[in-house]
Design a protein around this ligand. Sequence first.
Ligand SMILES: NC(=O)c1ccc[n+]([C@@H]2O[C@H](COP(=O)([O-])OP(=O)(O)OC[C@H]3O[C@@H](n4cnc5c(N)ncnc54)[C@H](OP(=O)(O)O)[C@@H]3O)[C@@H](O)[C@H]2O)c1
Length: 317
Amino acid sequence: MSENQRPLIAVVGATSKQGRSVATTLLESNQYRVRALTRNRDSAGARALADLGAEIVVAPLGLGHQKDLVSAFQNADGAYLMTPQLEPQDNAEFVLGKKLADAAVEAGVGHIVFSTLNNVDKITGGRKYAPHFTDKALVADYIRTLPVTYSFVSLAFFYTNLLEYYVPQMKGDTLLMPIYLPEDFRAPFVDPTTATGPAVLAVLSDPDTFRGKTLPIVGEMISPREIVDTFQTVTGIKAEYRSAYSREELLHYFPGFAANDLLVQELIGMVEYAVEYGYFGWEQDLDWSRRLNPDTLTWEKFLKSSGWRGAKHQFGL
Ligand SMILES: NC(=O)c1ccc[n+]([C@@H]2O[C@H](COP(=O)([O-])OP(=O)(O)OC[C@H]3O[C@@H](n4cnc5c(N)ncnc54)[C@H](OP(=O)(O)O)[C@@H]3O)[C@@H](O)[C@H]2O)c1
């Protein structure tokens, strides 16, 4: 297929961990052209995508840019839509996700893949507060009403959370690893930077199989005890689990979160939901992305390939 016959996929948040994985995988497959949406064409992330052959389009995601958004999706055959982490007030993610979907449909995009999560509000009868989950589910519900075909992917907890947000702390010769789950609770985790792209490539390449589906992307079901033990084995660094599951524990290890009480409520609501109801519910096929891509990184492989030894790491290039 000559280059300009390849379908064009617009990728929102193309410099994000998940978006970069999608854009890179699609480009490297030589089956798609990629249009990367970003706020800043001069960022290292955007330039790296341009070097790989992506078309870079500046598209601010804030309110009042709907015309820019529609033109950013013009002539695209498909779109990968994601919402970045936003303040939880006023259903901000729902408002943004809806705008993105509306713009894609107005531009005539053929198939939407949206990165969603479960409706925590509905599942828990309002008992757990996790708007960054619920808003994404509401966007998915909205997309189901639009004149477009769609698939949803749903990412597990990111391994990278420990590198970016819940960074371990060295005490003497021991790395203390405060983790937001009980020590023996196994939850789904994934490396978004390598797992998202292959899953989305599969979905786009076989729309008949995946149309209308919601597909979890999982690297490994793993408990904090196993996370810490594996870290010790791979790095040789002495490490211990600390619980950051309760509000008091979370704020003890990460006092910076106290500046944003809604965020704290949201983090607590999310982890209590995951423990009491199951991150994806209990009955999903959590294996499809690993069957499809046996190279999906386990935590052990992620540690080996990233070389991470406990320091804070930013993922913007
Ligand atoms: N952490 C987890 O465990 C987990 C699990 C499942 C799902 N999620 C969801 O994943 C999403 C985040 O994905 P990610 O971690 O891949 O993203 P990320 O690495 O934090 O990057 C976010 C990207 O969005 C773009 N962006 C546009 N408008 C923005 C704004 N107002 N604020 C911040 N960024 C903006 C930025 O690109 P430009 O600068 O190029 O514009 C940036 O590269 C969140 O919705 C989160 O709820 C997270």
